[in-house]
Design a protein. Structure first.
Lengths: 459, 365
């Protein structure tokens, strides 16, 4: 491997990396993919994904209705609060229109619309079988095109001279090797799985964070690039965090650790106190703020409590609820002070105003006179058994990345690098300065992966 | 059972596989999974394997989700629990031994009755001088064994098999909380039958299902079709022959161009290609996709079908040769062994799969 000179070295093994590798190899380039994970866990966080967001003017075989460029752009502006590079965002949006078809050429399969559990059939195309199936088809296509894939291969050094990439030092089970290539595509994700890095930002609290995805996104390539003078983009101190079941594994718990019970009951911290309006908005929209809310609580833990009226109204959870016949039993089960919990529930119940409960709409069931109030779906907790789920912050991704131009070239302090390209989470901060909208991460990876692959090998 | 329940809870919280097949769609209708639910889901599964390769939680992930293999194991356990009489469940643990025993019994019974035409010693030494040249030349099967004897032996064995399969089916529907023989009414029943006859769920996504990661080939489906429809044509051939004999008094052997012979020949060819093909397909499939207990059931059943068909076709071609009587005895012994083992081997998957597919269509309606 060290003796070979590749046309393109792709650092990373997720969707953006494979889109780049396939685009370059499809044009005849000699490509190597350097994937840090072992074969079984290949695919980065893409293996946990399910869909990508696509603009389309009319219904397609995988999308319903229409989703225009302007509507997509409006969604990006809304979730980011305007912290976005509009030119790059529009480039991504226009590129998304053709993405399912281009992915299909490499064996990706999509499921018919209207079956998705999340009602995203209009805006998002769903991978048949999910992201791991997508990655399997992409790796199979890469194999057919002669792309070389190195698994268990961690990039530990980059040789960049005068803004030009020369080689990468790669640590493999058999020893360190130099991978030389005419161009490099950085597609190695963020640093959300790097617990030390998280601790630099969040301090002690980071110890209680759960990483929802791959343990291999430690940000090594990102840090090497920033040290080499790449322009940073995105808030270095922010990550996307949602509230997930505290019993989830430290890494790779993926989708099944999510909990949808929050709007249907109350959430208390370890002292038994409520701390935020559980009924502020629909769960998918508010889902993302709860990671930060729980992270700000003592010991980064909270408990979602519902009574028997809520059962069957939220997606089944993979972990069993803690069940109790009375508030006292419940307090013992979740180890919070019984007196405080009892008074929290008493005061909450007393503050609930009469209303017509409708968990499908922003209904008029609310509390009055509480701090904080619950503004929708407030019902008394009075029908035992009570069910409780422990919550912790679950980190999905980080925002810090490298700045790129419209050709996916990395912008260095001294100017644009001619043979260094970036795609996926490592440059997503160009478009998503903050916030998130479902499926846009995969769109960024797909579109910029394709651009990076194409631009890195021009005959 | 506990592993299956854990897996279904994880799957139900994930649902990425919901577009693959009815197992996941049926799963989403449930919040908890009783043993009956799991039995139903296990028998609904066609063991294709897409969901294993697609699974972000497949081993070595600590959740260890391996739906095809778990349901495969559960399926064989359900065959055992529905077997009638109950002690016959042991057949699923020693499929080769039971099949060989059935062949031995078949050979014993058949050569015993064939002894009316000649002695066991003659059979053993292929010495058929007791047979007249005329009998052999006209392929007079009933000189070897009278029509009445044949009807009695195979009628008893066949009725017993139907009874045992029927009771198994009843136990399945009871366990999965359906009324006995349900869904006869209405289009749900027809759609379920159509799904079974077309093996819809081995190619419902528009492409064939996998044999190994990203390896999709149609052979498992086509070889199954050869086997199933070959079996059906042979059954039709026998039925037509019975009508000829009983209604019209036309006695076998029939001409090569007659309906029973044409049906039997086509079916017989299907039962050579199909079982041989399925054997090769199974050998080439990723062993992770099914449990050893289920894989072990395939071999003896396929061998029995293949040999039954082979001897049947040889009998047709060589029916005017001196060793016809021996061949006839061997063929009939294999057929009898097939009848005896039908309720206690791989064959039952068809009964429970069809019942599960019908239940799925009814729940969907």
């Amino acid at each position: 491997m060290s003796a070979d000179l590749y046309d393109v070295a792709v650092l990373g093994g997720g969707n953006a990396a494979l889109c780049a590798a396939l685009a370059a190899a499809g044009r005849g380039a000699r490509v190597i993919v350097v994937e840090r994970a072992p074969r079984h866990f290949r695919g980065g966080n893409s293996r946990h994904t399910r869909n990508l967001r696509c603009m389309h003017a009319a219904p397609t075989d995988v999308l319903t209705d229409a989703y225009t460029e302007d509507e997509f752009m409006a969604d990006v502006l809304r979730v980011t609060g305007g912290v976005t590079n509009e030119a790059l965002a529009r480039l991504m949006i226009r590129g998304s229109a053709d993405a399912p078809r281009r992915m299909g050429r490499f064996g990706a399969r999509f499921q018919p619309p209207l079956r998705g559990t999340l009602h995203l059939g209009r805006t998002n195309a769903f991978f048949l079988g999910g992201g791991k199936a997508l990655m399997n088809s992409a790796y199979a296509a890469a194999g057919r095109l002669g792309v070389r894939v190195a698994y268990d291969a961690e990039v530990i050094g980059l040789s960049i001279r005068d803004g030009r990439f020369e080689s990468a030092t790669v640590r493999m089970p058999a020893g360190d090797v130099e991978v030389r290539a005419r161009a490099v595509v950085l597609a190695a994700g963020g640093f959300e799985a790097n617990l030390e890095w998280l601790a630099e930002i969040w301090g002690e609290a980071a110890k209680n964070f759960i990483i929802r995805g791959t343990p291999y996104n430690t940000g090594t390539v990102l840090r090497l690039m920033l040290d080499a003078g790449a322009e940073p983009v995105g808030d270095p101190a922010q990550c996307h965090a949602v509230a997930i079941d505290a019993r989830a594994p430290k890494f790779d718990g993926g989708i099944v650790t999510r909990l949808d019970s929050v709007p249907l009951g109350i959430v208390v911290n370890r002292f038994g106190d409520r701390f935020y309006d559980e009924g502020e908005d629909y769960w998918p929209k508010r889902y993302a703020i709860w990671g930060r809310l729980v992270a700000q609580q003592p010991d980064q833990i909270a408990y979602s409590i519902v009574d028997s009226k809520a059962l069957g109204r939220f997606m089944p959870s993979v972990f069993p609820p803690m069940v109790a016949g009375s508030v006292r039993e419940l307090a013992a089960a979740i180890n919070v002070p019984a007196g405080t919990l009892a008074s929290t529930i008493e005061r909450f119940n007393a503050a609930v105003r009469p209303g017509t409960f409708d968990h499908q709409a922003l209904d008029d069931c609310r509390t009055e006179g509480l701090v904080p109030n619950k503004t929708h779906w407030a019902q008394r907790l009075d029908a035992p058994p009570f069910h409780a789920y422990p919550l912790r912050p679950g980190i999905t991704f980080t925002y810090l990345g490298v700045k790129v131009d419209e050709r996916a070239r990395v912008v260095m302090k001294g100017g644009v690098a001619e043979n260094i390209f970036a795609a996926g989470e490592i440059m997503a901060g160009n478009i998503l300065g903050r916030g998130y909208v479902a499926g846009v991460g995969m769109t960024i990876g797909t579109v910029f992966g394709e651009i990076a692959g194409r631009e890195s090998f021009r005959e | 059972m506990r592993k299956a329940e854990h897996e279904m809870v994880v799957c139900n919280a994930c649902r990425y596989c919901e577009a693959y097949c009815p197992v996941f769609q049926a799963m989403e209708q449930r919040v908890t999974f009783s043993p009956g639910d799991l039995t139903y889901l296990a028998n609904l599964c066609h063991n294709c394997g897409e969901c294993l390769y697609a699974c972000q939680y497949a081993p070595p992930h600590e959740f260890g989700i391996d739906v095809p293999r778990t349901l495969s194991k559960l399926r064989v356990e359900s065959y055992e629990s529905f077997a009638w009489p109950s002690f016959a469940a042991v057949a699923y643990r020693r499929p080769w031994a039971i099949t060989l025993a059935a062949v031995a019994i078949g050979a014993l019974v058949l050569s015993g009755f064939a002894g009316r035409a000649f002695t066991a010693r003659q059979v053993a030494t292929a010495d058929f001088r007791a047979f007249t040249a005329r009998q052999v030349a006209t392929a007079d099967f009933y000189a070897v064994m009278s029509h009445g004897t044949m009807v009695t032996i195979f009628g008893v064995a066949g009725l017993f098999a139907i009874l045992a399969l029927g009771i198994g089916h009843r136990r399945f529907t009871k366990a999965t909380r359906e009324a006995a023989m349900p869904g006869r009414e209405g289009p749900a029943y027809e759609r379920g039958v159509a799904d079974a006859l077309t093996l819809k769920h081995l190619h419902a996504t528009g492409e064939d299902c996998v044999d190994a990661e990203e390896t999709r080939r149609p052979w498992r489906r086509w070889m199954h079709h050869c086997t199933f429809y070959g079996f059906a044509l042979c059954f039709a051939s026998t039925t037509v022959a019975a009508i000829y004999h009983l209604l019209f008094g036309w006695i076998a052997p029939y001409a090569y161009t007659s309906i029973p012979v044409v049906l039997g020949t086509l079916g017989g060819v299907g039962l050579l290609i199909g079982p041989a093909g399925l054997f090769l397909v199974d050998r080439g499939r990723d062993a992770h996709l099914s449990h050893a207990s289920e894989r072990s059931l395939g071999g003896p059943f396929l061998a029995l079908l293949f040999l039954t068909s082979l001897t049947g076709l040889l009998l047709m071609i060589l029916r005017e040769q001196p060793y016809m009587p021996a061949l006839l005895v061997v063929h009939l012994a294999l057929v009898l062994a097939l009848f005896i083992t039908l309720p206690y081997g791989k064959f039952v998957h068809g009964i429970y799969r069809a019942a599960a597919l019908m239940k799925f269509r009814r729940e969907e309606a």
